[in-house]
Design a protein around this ligand. Structure first.
Ligand code: MGD
Ligand code: MGD
Ligand code: MO
Length: 647
């Protein structure tokens, strides 16, 4: 007889996913998926989508090419008549896009990677680039070798922070307090770049009043970082000739992510560290083509070329090119689509290369909502947990190495990807599948190849106009904006802010008036620990693409605790604990990590088949960007008895 074990599996090898090689369909919700022909799977999909016009949403894939994202958003808008199209940008950098757009009118990171090698101060804020952006981090290391000083602002002493001159280990969700204190210190020390502030910004007086209460000692109380360290960072950043401020999810994955981003942008406005070579703002993007997916219009509020859907002239241009009437209202974000599943106003979802059953906050709720849909079609390269819930599963070729096209990285550089490997079985290209469905739904569009899609985009998007495939090849990638076919633009954005002529300078950048606002999921006696979640070098997101092969680096999920908390709870490394939040509960082995301060715990979401971390996280969304507060849950842990097996 075996003693009762908690339901969740722990430890062991991560689940292995095998490539999808043929379509699958389910005859009814109670039956398992079975093999089907392409004709049957596509007919079934077309019929079900036609039935759900007006209640349809599309999730597009940020692992796939620009061309695929262009065709996917066109499918939603032209074939299904809806702007309900979104992607994983919603779960990560939508606040960066919203914050940068509000300040500068454009959502892209302002600098190029090379600039970090030629700068004096690098601030890595809520970013573990050593693990999550290792290529960019090579440029950072070169910068440090060239004499740049790096500061890391992160609750954990991460692998990135190990390279920093100073680590500011702040409490989760206190970034605005920290940024305001830095701003105040810069103002009080007389280090404001007054000429830049006067010429290129608005709202400085309001900002000054906003930050005035944030003395370094008040900030120390709120953030847990010594006032001295906050002052030091303020002085280093403001005095630097050139400085790069980089951030990622430690800033954006909060219920007030856009406000966090605005608070950081304020520091660049105060010092003039934007719009010049070596000085800028870098939100290091997430999936390899999440920048491109947004640029291609696979978001509910922008048409391709990041052109505003509410602009009537822009709409007219697309309407005449596509011979269709576009819905003049913004569509639903991914977050809103999940809410609309709850009230029944969204009934059919076409999910391309996303695994929301395991990546959404409060995943139990997400799975329930997906199960209640009238129709779910998943198009992926693996049979994911989301695909297991689908009515139809369509096998795609991988955007990387099996497909021709382009992708766009965090520095806005568009680069070619090529078909180098033969796709398995009956897998078809994402674009090909979308075009086939469009025909079945009576709005055919066909493209001879990926380049034909790209040229359609180039004709409609001024920022991409000058990037022919031949030029992309010649220059080994080109950054947008690239309006002209015979010229390249500077590698950084917003140089206009430095123009003397007000006409050339254009709209000034407003300071963001934002308040400190702690995490929604409060810690208390029942849930005394703060859980933050994130990444490791060895694994990728929900593990679908990284779990399938053995790696000596990979050690499965664990809950990481500070040595002090391990002692307080009487748990040792390798022992298992029940981890419970206000949403759900999982079992995980303990790992003791001195990089954590007491009161803080860390988990990844890389092994959801073994430990489903997102059962714990909270769906508290940023009202502007729709991003959930993945970075702050309140939990408790209980030690579990060691499992013994009795004959
Ligand atoms: N190896 C690997 N690389 C990846 C990925 C992967 O899964 N594996 N995923 C890709 C994707 S989709 C993305 S979006 C990026 C994400 O890249 P990152 O954002 O760098 O990765 P995370 O580990 O999620 O979070 C970064 C840091 O935020 C810190 N943090 C948590 N809460 C706070 C807070 O309140 N304030 C501050 N200042 N910091 C906080 C965490 O301690 C963590 O070190 O990585 C991409 N690259
Ligand atoms: N707890 C917690 N949860 C998080 C986060 C966190 O920090 N903490 N971060 C959030 C973030 S930033 C992100 S981006 C999301 C990631 O969430 P998801 O995007 O849902 O997760 P992935 O595992 O990256 O799934 C990508 C899918 O694309 C498929 N795919 C790859 N290439 C192709 C292709 O060319 N075509 C097609 N059709 N499919 C393809 C892969 O097989 C895989 O199933 O997770 C979010 N969830
Ligand atoms: Mo992401």
């Amino acid at each position: 007889m075996r003693k009762r074990q908690p339901k969740t599996r722990t430890g062991g090898q991560p689940k292995t996913y095998t490539r999808l090689t043929h379509p699958l369909v389910r005859d009814s919700r109670d039956e398992p998926l079975r093999r089907a022909s392409w004709a049957e799977a596509l007919d079934r999909t077309a019929r079900s989508l036609a039935r759900n016009r007006g209640a349809f949403g599309l999730f597009s894939c940020s692992r796939a090419t620009n061309e695929m994202n262009f065709v996917a958003q066109k499918f939603a808008r032209v074939v299904m008549g809806t702007n309900n199209v979104d992607s994983c940008n919603r779960t990560c950098h939508a606040p960066s896009v919203a914050g940068l757009s509000a300040a500068f009118g454009s959502g892209g990171g302002t600098s190029s990677y090379a600039e970090v090698e030629h700068t004096d101060v690098i601030v890595m804020w809520g970013s573990n680039a050593r693990f999550a952006h290792p290529i960019f981090f090579q440029h950072v290391l070169k910068g440090i070798r060239n004499g740049a000083r790096m500061y890391a602002v992160d609750p954990r002493r991460t692998s990135t922070a190990e390279w920093a001159e100073s680590w500011l280990g702040l409490n989760v969700g206190t970034d605005i307090a920290m940024a305001h204190a830095i701003g105040r210190e810069i103002i009080h020390a007389g280090l404001t770049n007054t000429a830049f502030v006067e010429r290129a910004t608005t709202g400085f007086e309001e900002y000054r009043a906003l930050v005035e209460p944030w003395t370094p000692s008040l900030a120390e109380k709120v953030t847990g970082v010594p006032a001295r360290a906050i002052r030091e960072l303020a002085h280093a950043y403001a005095r630097a000739e050139r400085a790069q401020l980089c951030w990622t999810l430690g800033i954006t994955e909060h219920h007030n992510g856009t406000d966090n981003v605005r608070a950081l942008i304020n520091l660049a406005l105060l010092t003039g560290h934007v719009g010049r070579y070596g000085s800028g703002l870098q939100p290091l993007r997430g999936q390899n083509n999440v920048q491109g997916g947004g640029d291609m219009g696979a978001i509910p509020n922008r048409l391709p070329g990041f052109q505003d859907l509410l602009d009537a002239d822009v709409r007219l241009k697309f309407e005449s090119a596509w011979d269709t009437a576009l819905d003049p209202h913004y569509g639903m974000t991914l977050t809103e689509m999940f809410e609309a599943m709850e009230d029944g106003s969204l009934r059919a979802v076409y999910c391309i290369g996303e695994n929301p059953a395991q990546s959404e906050a409060d995943s139990e709720q997400a799975v329930r909502r997906l199960k209640e849909l009238d129709f779910l079609v998943v198009q992926d390269i693996f049979l994911t947990r989301t695909a297991e819930l689908a009515d139809v599963v369509l096998p795609a070729t991988a955007g990387w190495a099996e497909t021709e096209g382009t992708t766009t990285n965090s520095e806005r550089r568009v680069q070619r990807v090529r078909h180098a490997v033969t796709p398995p079985g009956e897998a078809r290209e994402d674009i090909d599948i979308l075009c086939d469905l469009a025909s079945r739904l009576g709005r055919p569009f066909a493209y001879a190849d990926a380049e034909a899609v790209w040229n359609e985009l180039r004709a409609l998007s001024p920022d991409h106009h000058g990037m022919t495939y031949a030029r992309l090849e010649e220059h080994q990638g080109i950054q947008w904006p690239c309006p002209s076919t015979d010229r390249l633009e500077p590698p950084y954005l917003h140089g206009r802010l430095w123009e003397k002529d007000p006409q050339a300078r254009g709209r000034p950048a407003p300071f963001g008036i934002v308040q400190h606002d702690p995490p929604v999921d409060l810690t208390d006696e029942s849930y005394p620990l703060r859980l933050t979640t994130g990444r490791r070098l060895d694994s990728y997101n929900t593990g679908v693409q990284s779990g399938g092969f053995p790696s000596p680096l990979r050690r499965g999920e664990s809950i990481e605790l500070s040595p002090e908390d391990a002692e307080r709870y009487g748990v040792a490394a390798g022992e298992r604990v029940q981890v419970t939040s206000r949403r759900g509960s999982v079992v995980a082995p303990v790992r003791v990590d001195p990089a954590l301060r007491p009161g803080l715990a860390f988990m990844t979401f890389h092994f959801p088949d073994e430990v489903d971390t997102n059962r714990l996280t909270i769906e508290a969304n940023c009202p502007i960007a729709g991003t959930a507060e993945f970075k702050a849950s309140a939990i408790r842990i209980e030690k579990l008895p060691v499992v013994t097996y009795v004959r």
